[in-house]
Design a protein around this ligand. Structure first.
Ligand code: G4P
Length: 536
């Protein structure tokens, strides 16, 4: 029987992030192929279906008939127990992705080699940077015409502000793509595909050494010459490989490949598992001490709450990231925010009928707990003598705002209840004008589709019809000064700046332009503003 420490050391928990269409789904699917989770992977079709927006994996599940939860996929490979956290494909639900990143120990950033760093890449990257987790880059679609690899690295460094270390180097691209040079082994892995999708067969990889005349034949004399020049330049100019910098999220190992044609995926997976960290200690906000993931005492935090697929909104699942100890089905745990003991009898990673029930799990693993409406995002559960409480999940800046009010004023109670419960679940963020009641609520979302989901759910689950009035706020800032140290009403602000508070009572400001944010800074030198709420 492996010890808790051995179980933890074998865990790798990460999320894959990308701008839509860069290849996150394809890469995920190929990782499953290599690990034998999917025997015959194929392109995931059905992009136009509404389901795709909710979860790519549900689509995979539906098509392949395999058991994948909509939240985490676990498999073993090379002695590692790997947890890939699902993040929604549609950018309107990226708030969910942001929260999921709080439960990951590393991130894989997929970049389309032709497009480089895109808008959504930047946003997701910033959330990873907030946590300081290691970020691995997979430059995808080398089987197509891509941009110059030096340019791509330069863009990653300047736009995202992270150093890069190419682990391999592409030889040509598109029609002329011949493979990659692996810098550590100094071997060429030759690409033998014809550039077409070949999802069920692994592409052959032939190893040869740089400078070997046989390479002229394999990759072409000109490609060989260019490659030698590139590598000389890289070896001379680039940063040294520094594992500590990788672990601190300051240096991103970069891999070039093609997920669709399966090229470079397995070497990437092997290196990733070797370099990515096992679950590291999380800080107990009560004492400031680090909690050892291999300790005997169970603890974890809720990072996501999802209403079940059936219509009953009370049937919710709280996803818990385990931070220490061993989870056992049926165990007792203390819910810190609720201040009481609970039996985690219904703890399952996968709630739907035919999915496996989790009997035990360790730090790095995710379990889904049946939630009768008692959990909020950021809550801590712990067992044993020691009480720990993890810092909450930050609130991410919404990008669209609307005033939501009920059509039938007789239904005030349901309206307030619905708004509060949906906000608690993280479906939307709600704000109240300071001094105003709950007749109307200001709702902030990251993607406008969240408004539609809100209206739909208020109607079907709470029987409340609402009116939506879009508001022109573009920038939101939490007041980061010590609570009570700033008189919010007395701040010198432009007239169209709105003073509001969130569900936790934190004060914040809504601005109609970045110019107004600067104004607030200039006219209130003491004022500290943050783009994230509740970060500690
Ligand atoms: P996402 O999850 O990041 O949104 O991207 P996804 O994997 O769905 O990939 C987006 C499109 O890019 C897909 O085309 C996919 O086949 C293609 N793609 C992914 N990796 C590669 C690669 O390495 N090379 C090439 N050439 N294409 C790749 P699709 O399903 O045909 O999209 P659509 O045409 O149906 O919209």
């Amino acid at each position: 029987m492996p010890s808790i420490a051995e179980e933890v050391a074998s865990r790798r928990t990460f999320a894959i992030i990308s701008h839509p269409d860069a290849g996150k789904t394809t890469l995920t699917e190929k990782l499953l192929l290599y690990t034998g989770t999917i025997q015959a992977a194929g392109s995931v079709k059905g992009k136009s279906s509404a389901k795709h927006a909710v979860s790519d994996w549900m689509e995979i599940e539906k098509q392949r008939g395999i058991s994948v939860t909509s939240s985490v996929l676990q498999f073993t490979y090379d002695g590692c127990c790997v947890n890939i956290l699902d993040t929604p494909g549609h950018q309107d639900f990226s708030e969910d992705t942001y929260r999921t990143l709080m439960a990951a120990d590393a991130a894989v950033m997929v970049i389309d080699g032709a497009k480089g760093v895109e808008a959504q890449t930047v946003k997701l990257f910033r959330v990873c940077a907030l946590r300081g987790i290691p970020i691995f880059t997979f430059v995808n679609k080398l089987d197509r015409e891509t941009r110059d690899p030096f340019d791509l690295l330069d863009e990653i460094e300047t736009v995202l502000g992270i150093s890069t270390y190419p682990m391999n180097w592409p030889i040509g691209c598109g029609q002329n793509f011949r493979g990659v040079f692996e810098r550590a082994s100094r071997h060429v892995l030759a690409f033998e595909g014809d550039g077409r999708a070949n999802a069920t067969k692994k592409v052959d990889e032939i190893e040869a050494e740089l400078g070997d005349p046989a390479l002229d034949e394999l990759i072409g004399a000109e490609n060989h010459r260019n490659l030698m020049d590139d590598i000389e330049l890289l070896d001379g100019a680039a940063d040294e490989f520094d594992l500590e910098a990788v672990r601190a999220g300051k240096l991103s190992p970069v891999f070039f490949g093609s997920a669709l044609t399966n090229f470079g995926v397995e070497p990437f997976l092997k290196d990733f598992l070797r370099l990515a960290p096992a679950p590291s200690p999380h800080k107990d906000a009560l004492t400031g001490e680090l909690v050892d993931p291999a300790s005997d005492e169970f603890s974890g935090f809720v990072f996501k709450i999802q209403a079940n697929m059936d219509k009953n909104h009370r049937d919710r699942i709280a996803f818990l990231r385990i931070c220490s100890g061993k989870f056992e089905r049926g165990m007792d745990a203390f819910h810190m925010q609720g201040g009481r003991k609970l039996k985690l009898a219904t703890g399952t990673a996968m709630m739907a009928d035919d999915r496996a029930i989790v009997d035990e799990a360790y730090a790095g693993d995710i379990v889904g707990l049946f939630d009768p409406g008692i959990f909020s995002i950021g809550d801590t559960l712990c067992a044993g003598k020691r009480r720990v409480q993890y810092a909450g999940i930050p609130t991410f800046a919404p990008e669209h705002f609307a005033r939501i009010s009920q059509v039938d004023t007789m239904k005030r109670k349901q309206f307030v209840k619905g708004m509060e419960e949906l906000a608690q679940e993280g479906a939307v963020q709600i704000f109240r004008e300071i001094g105003a009641g709950m007749e109307s609520v200001i709702v902030g979302v990251v993607g406008v589709l969240q408004f539609d989901v809100l209206e739909q759910r208020l109607k079907s689950e709470y029987h409340v019809e609402v009116r939506r009035q879009p508001l022109g706020y573009t920038d939101i800032r939490w007041i980061a000064n010590e609570p009570g140290s700033v008189d919010v009403k007395a701040l010198d602000l432009t007239r169209d700046t709105l003073r509001v508070e969130d569900m936790r009572g934190s004060k914040l400001l809504l601005f109609t332009s970045p110019w107004n944010v600067d104004w607030a800074h200039d006219h209130n030198p003491e004022l500290e503003l943050s783009e994230f709420g509740n970060v500690s």
